[in-house]
Design a protein around this ligand. Structure first.
Ligand code: ADP
Ligand code: 5GP
Length: 211
């Protein structure tokens, strides 16, 4: 009881409430979070995950992901350095404690881009984020966006489409997400994302202006 009280107190002291963006691969999570970080660069900070997948053209090690081998990642997980980790589409992904602490130390709202296994696992921790699901208007549109992105092999694309079905089912579970945003028109979806985060954004602005 006291332990839970103190761990809540400490997580509240750790800074503003984090935000989890989840949803099918290709739904637009990276696009939306990049827009958010560009408009509010002094408000949000990205939790840089680790992954064993290869970098895509344009991705930067340490900014988009920490790209590591399976051996290195497994050793760090075994060493207790991760809040959560998961296997997705043939690769490992995970959120290190250091990734979240680096953002919270700057008093920024920490954004995590994680799959549904990550959502389930984060729910067992004290992180207490706002859970937002970004969804495509349809599976056909999702497939087109993934194909047009030209980042996936046919095999990876098929795995992601299969995972997308499961992610969509998960999002229908009671209490899985606080907010669901259908990313049809990008500007509309971005507007709804900002609206969902307005209170947190204003809280951080207020804290920063008085400190
Ligand atoms: P995720 O991070 O969820 O995997 P991305 O942000 O990479 O998805 O988006 C997948 C692709 O769809 C990208 O090529 C992106 O430019 C495009 N995209 C994102 N949102 C929209 C939208 N509202 N309309 C059209 N294309 C979009
Ligand atoms: P991508 O390879 O397209 O960058 O990411 C594939 C999937 O992995 C996406 O659903 C993304 O949200 C998820 N992902 C990225 N980082 C993490 C992480 O640290 N933990 C978990 N559980 N999923 C992640």
């Amino acid at each position: 009881m006291y332990m839970r009280y103190f761990s809540r107190l400490f997580s509240a002291m750790a800074g503003p409430r984090p935000v989890v963006l989840s949803g099918p691969s290709g739904a637009g999570k990276s696009t939306l979070l990049k827009k958010l970080m560009k408009e509010y660069d002094s408000i949000f900070g990205f939790s840089v995950s680790h992954t064993t997948r290869n970098p895509r053209p344009g991705e930067v090690n340490g900014r988009d992901y920490h790209y590591v081998t399976r051996e290195v990642m497994q050793a760090s997980i075994d060493n207790g350095e991760f809040i959560e980790s998961a296997e997705f589409s043939g690769n490992m992904y995970g959120t290190s404690k250091a990734a979240v602490q680096a953002v919270q130390a700057k008093n920024l709202i920490c954004i995590l881009d994680i799959d549904m296994q990550g959502v389930r696992n984060i729910k067992t921790t004290d992180l207490n984020p706002i859970y937002i699901s970004i969804q495509p208007p349809s599976m056909a549109v999702l497939e087109k966006r993934l194909r047009d992105r030209k980042t996936e092999s046919e095999e990876s694309l098929q795995k992601r489409l299969q995972a997308a079905q499961v992610e969509m089912e998960f999002s229908k579970e009671d209490g899985a997400f606080d907010v669901i945003i259908i990313n049809d028109n990008l500007e509309d979806a971005y507007g709804r994302l900002k609206q969902a985060l307005l209170e947190e954004i204003n809280n951080v602005k207020k804290t920063n202006s008085t400190s």
